[in-house]
Write a protein that binds this ligand. Structure first.
Ligand code: C5P
Length: 224
C-alpha cells in the first residue's frame, strides 16, 4: 500500500475531528489536527500579552512559540514552547480569539509550512483536518473530503460536546458563536474555508458518526 494523504476540511461541528481520528486509527495513518495548531498559537499569544486584535502585533509574534503536535490518532496532543496546550486550547477564550489570529497572513504562512513538513514526514500516510488543507496546504492530497451539516445539526453536536465536558450548554449561544466563527473563517482574505474543486462533499446532517467514518474509510480504500 502506498502512503495516503487525506485532507478533511469543513466548518465547525461537522464531526471533522472525531471522523479524522477514527479513520486514521482504523487505517494505521497518522493524524494532524490543524485547528489545534491555530488554537495553540492563539493560546500562547493570549498568555504572553499579545493583543490578538492587533494584526501587526500578532504578525510580529507569529514566529515566536515552538508549536509541536503529537500525530498519534489515539493520543493527539500539542505543546506551545514546551507547555502542554491540549487542555487550554479548548477554552471559550481561545475559541473566541482563534479566527482573528488565524486570519493574519504571517500566522498562516508559518503554520502552513509547519503542516507541510509534518505531512511530508509520515511515511505511513496521514489524515490532515482543517479548513484549507485541500485548497492550500496539501493541494496534491490523494483524497480530499469536505464535510458539511446543517447549522442546527452542527450547533447541536457542539452543544452536546460542551455539555459532556461542562455539564451545561446554551444551545442558542453555541449556534451563534459557531456561525460567527465560520463566517469569519469563510470570509478572510487568505485561504478561507472553501471546498476544493476536487473534494468529495459529504453532508453529515442525517448520518451517525459511525456512518461518516465508514463512508470516509470506503473512499480511502477505493483510492489505495
Ligand atoms: O477545527 P477547530 O475548530 O479547532 O479550528 C479552530 C480555528 O482555527 C478555526 O475556527 C479557524 O479559525 C482556524 N483554522 C484555520 N485553518 C485550518 C484549521 C483551523 O484557519 N486549517
Amino acid at each position: 500500500r502506498a502512503p495516503v494523504v487525506v485532507a478533511i476540511d469543513g466548518p465547525s461541528g461537522t464531526g471533522k475531528s472525531s471522523t479524522s481520528k477514527a479513520v486514521a486509527a482504523k487505517l494505521g495513518l497518522r493524524y494532524l489536527d490543524t485547528g489545534a495548531q491555530y488554537r495553540a498559537i492563539t493560546w500562547w499569544m493570549l498568555t504572553h500579552g499579545v493583543d490578538v486584535n492587533d494584526a501587526a502585533a500578532v504578525a510580529e509574534a507569529a514566529g515566536r512559540p515552538a508549536i509541536v503536535s503529537t500525530t498519534d490518532p489515539a493520543a493527539p496532543g500539542i505543546t506551545a514552547d514546551g507547555e502542554d496546550a491540549s487542555g487550554p486550547i479548548r477554552t471559550q477564550e481561545v475559541t473566541a480569539a482563534v479566527s482573528a489570529v488565524s486570519a493574519v497572513p504571517a500566522v498562516r504562512s508559518r503554520i502552513t509550512e509547519l503542516q507541510r513538513s509534518i505531512a511530508a514526514s509520515a511515511p505511513e500516510g496521514m489524515v490532515v483536518e482543517g479548513r484549507d488543507i485541500g485548497t492550500t496546504v496539501l493541494p496534491n492530497a490523494d483524497l480530499k473530503i469536505f464535510l458539511t451539516a446543517s447549522p442546527e445539526a452542527r450547533a447541536e453536536r457542539r452543544g452536546g460536546e460542551l455539555k459532556a465536558k461542562n455539564g451545561q450548554a446554551d444551545l442558542a449561544a453555541t449556534q451563534e458563536a459557531l456561525l460567527k466563527r465560520d463566517r469569519a473563517d469563510s470570509s478572510r482574505a487568505v485561504s478561507p474555508l472553501l471546498k476544493a474543486d476536487d473534494a468529495v462533499e459529504v453532508d453529515t446532517t442525517e448520518l451517525t458518526l459511525e456512518q461518516v467514518i465508514e463512508c470516509v474509510v470506503t473512499l480511502i480504500v477505493e483510492k489505495q
